[in-house]
Design a protein. Structure first.
Length: 128
């Protein structure tokens, strides 16, 4: 995995999570932005409990997440996503234009939740 990664909030690293039920489908949109951007919030539905979530990023850039509308946290490893809470992902530049794919995993069940692409460009400053 390349790119910067962040700390977790509201969860405990190294746990397995646990839920009953079947998680509802999630679909995070692609990120196309200048300097950094996030995709759409998805709510964990269809379960009682928490899901252990992890992500991998194929390109450069800093991967972060926003859990339940809180402050963005750099992704550093698996974290718990509690039922009923929202989750969105973001990528910022690392000093240059970045692009790649993020794949999000449900570590509790050992399945892929979703993938999305990103293209984040550095804003141009000054004249032409």
């Amino acid at each position: 995995m390349t790119g910067a990664v962040l700390a977790l909030t509201g969860g405990v690293a190294g746990t397995t999570g646990g839920y009953s039920g079947s998680p509802g489908a999630v679909s995070w949109g692609n990120i196309n932005a200048f300097d950094g951007g996030t995709n759409n919030n998805q709510t964990l539905t269809g379960v009682t409990g928490s899901m252990l979530v992890s992500a991998s990023i194929t390109g450069a850039g800093g991967l972060f997440y926003v859990l339940n509308g809180g402050a963005g946290q750099f992704y550093t490893g698996p974290f718990l996503w509690p039922e009923g809470q929202t989750l969105c992902w973001g990528v910022n530049t690392s000093g240059g234009n970045v692009a790649g794919t993020v794949t999000v995993e449900n570590d509790t069940a050992g399945t892929t939740l979703a993938s999305f692409t990103y293209s984040v460009k550095v804003s141009r400053t000054g004249g032409l």
